[in-house]
Design a protein around this ligand. Structure first.
Ligand SMILES: CC(C)(COP(=O)(O)OP(=O)(O)OC[C@H]1O[C@@H](n2cnc3c(N)ncnc32)[C@H](O)[C@@H]1OP(=O)(O)O)[C@@H](O)C(=O)NCCC(=O)NCCS
Length: 170
């Protein structure tokens, strides 16, 4: 019987969390939960963590620091143009371990994260995924996410990567 529970700095414990992240290759993407504005949910099979979704709560902004030339405009940020701050939940990591897929757990994690974003009165939930993730694409479409094809700049690769932004207005 699977349970969805918050992942905190001491649940399920550092060792179990690291082991899970290594099994799914997401050590790099999972946030430091002691940092401001992050939350994470896990799927537990007994005491074993077998899936996670982690979210950063952030203002909706045009990303800065991207190495391209940008046309100078009178308003420099989305916040200035929108007349105030709009907050979103942006997905940092999301995966279910291989032996536990196609049992509805990815869907349950997404739905629990959407509910938590609603509880926090966020405007939208958003994520980005490279084009090589067919299962994730099928899941997002079945949940009713809007899709916005585009490139994202991945600093660690120093490359623009083709993919899709998925957005759900809450
Ligand atoms: C994406 C991922 C989290 C889905 O987890 P999951 O627990 O298997 O997903 P679910 O069982 O909840 O699937 C829900 C729906 O998504 C779709 N789906 C999921 N996996 C699919 C696949 N391999 N092929 C086609 N559709 C798929 C189906 O519509 C499915 O509903 P159904 O089983 O009733 O047909 C999992 O495949 C994964 O961890 N992949 C690797 C990491 C990844 O791509 N992360 C996301 C981007 S970083």
């Amino acid at each position: 019987m699977y349970r969805i529970e918050p992942i905190t700095t001491d649940h399920p414990g550092e060792e179990e969390l690291e082991a899970h992240l290594q099994r799914i290759g997401q050590e790099r993407d999972f946030p430091d939960l002691t940092g401001d504005g992050y939350f994470a949910l896990g799927v537990f099979d007994g005491e074993k963590l077998v899936g996670n979704i982690s979210i950063k709560v952030q203002p909706v902004e045009v990303p800065t620091g991207i190495p391209i030339h940008i046309l100078e405009l009178p308003q420099k940020t989305f916040r200035e143009a929108a007349g105030g701050e709009i907050l979103e939940g942006f997905v940092q990591s999301f995966a279910v371990e291989e032996g536990h897929r196609r049992r509805g757990l990815g869907r349950r994690l997404q739905e629990a994260a959407l509910n938590e974003c609603r509880r926090r009165n966020l405007y939208q939930m958003r994520s980005w995924s490279s084009v090589d993730k067919p299962a994730n694409f099928a899941l997002k479409l079945s949940l009713g996410f809007a899709i916005h094809p585009g490139y994202d700049y991945v600093a660690r690769l120093d490359k623009w990567v083709p993919g899709v932004f998925f957005v759900m207005k809450l």
